[in-house]
Design a protein around this ligand. Structure first.
Ligand code: KG4
Ligand code: ZN
Length: 338
């Protein structure tokens, strides 16, 4: 089975073709980062327009890379939510129209299920059950996963997502949008322990997160200590250590609560090297295993949508003919796949 995946939920146009026997046949990605950098964040209307410009040419490029023609595909998967409504509508419209023209099923995919399943694209895919830590620009969630579509939300952020906290703190440190990766780079020059940030909500039971206080803490620390290069690096280090520590504490709790031995991390922030190393070390100590995708499959991409679409199509999912997207869409609402 061969599926074309279309991702247009935010600021990257991702197009990929996945073959269940041969693996990934093509993977095209266009990032709009430069377009939004001047504004310090994603401008929805500009994002939609750029997806309109890029989606079809990238599909053509992917088909060429894979050496395929229209008749060679078995389905088209597109991100139907959550995300920016205008951006989602571009992928949904192109996906639906192509599926209609090529007479193959169109499969609406949940963006976070795409992230969650991205580690399955790697050589050592996780088996069920596992705890998933989903950390992206819009979500911070701990989920119990017992099968495809068998998702129970264990905890989530009550305010900013982890990636959002990275980006906002990066902005305070004078870094461009999206500052998460750059803040992490700066943190490598930082002195451990010069500043200590709080570990929000770790002093009480439960698996929810709160990250908005950390950016305020960063703002106050910048205000009180000046803005020279070393201080900025030290603040970046303290911030990153606090986020990583907080995520690790809650992952440990979720593993204890569920009794699961596998931890899957996914979403843009799972590309963070300090977080990957910290959770790998924790899982080794616990006699368990951690799973994550290669960095380019942690952030938004078409491959995870093609893969999730294939799993869903095999499980019998196929949307109605209408073009509907869901800017808000709880992951736990997805039906299980037998
Ligand atoms: O999953 P993603 O590409 O898009 C969403 O679905 O939101 O995640 C993007 C987020 C951004 O906030 C970005 O700053 C963050 O992931 N991110 C990182 C790193 N790479 C991406 N944050 C910290 N360290 C990184 N290495
Ligand atoms: Zn994403």
């Amino acid at each position: 089975m061969r599926i074309l995946g279309i991702e247009t939920s935010c600021d990257e146009t991702g197009i990929a073709i996945y073959d269940d026997e041969r693996g990934l046949l093509a993977n095209q990605l266009y990032s709009q980062i430069k377009l939004h950098a001047d504004y310090g964040g994603v401008v929805p209307e500009l994002a939609s327009r750029d997806h309109v410009r890029k989606t079809v040419p990238l599909i053509q490029a992917a088909m060429k890379d894979a050496g395929l023609n229209a008749g060679d595909l078995d389905g088209i998967a597109y991100t139907a939510g959550p995300g920016l409504v205008g951006a989602l509508l571009v992928g949904a419209t192109v996906g639906r129209a192509l599926a209609f023209a090529w007479n193959v099923p169109a499969v609406p995919v949940h963006h976070m299920e795409g992230h969650l399943l991205a580690p399955m694209l790697e050589d050592n895919p996780p088996a069920f059950p596992f705890v998933a830590l989903l950390v992206s620009g819009g979500h911070t969630q701990l989920i119990s996963v017992t099968g495809i579509g068998e998702y129970t939300l264990l905890g989530e952020s009550i305010d900013d997502a982890a990636g959002e906290a990275f980006d906002k703190t990066a902005k305070l440190l004078g870094l461009d949008y999206p500052g998460g990766p750059m803040l992490s780079k700066l943190a490598q020059q930082g002195t451990e322990g010069r500043f200590t940030f709080p570990r929000p909500m770790t002093d009480r039971p439960g698996l929810d997160f709160s990250f908005s206080g950390l950016k305020t803490f960063a703002a106050n620390t910048i205000h009180g200590n000046g803005n020279d290069d070393q201080t900025r690096a030290d603040i970046a280090r303290a911030f990153e250590d606090a986020v990583v520590d907080t995520l690790a504490i809650k992952c440990k709790r979720a593993l204890e609560q569920t009794g699961f031995k596998r931890l899957v991390m996914a979403g843009g922030v799972s590309a963070n090297r300090t977080l990957r190393a910290r959770l790998a070390e924790m899982m080794q100590k616990r006699g368990g295993e951690v799973f994550y995708a290669r960095p380019e499959f942690c952030t938004d991409n078409g491959a995870m949508i093609a893969y999730a679409g294939m799993v869903r199509l095999k499980g019998g999912t196929s949307g109605e003919l209408g073009i509907t997207v869901r800017p808000r869409w709880p992951l736990a609402e997805l039906p299980p796949v037998a």
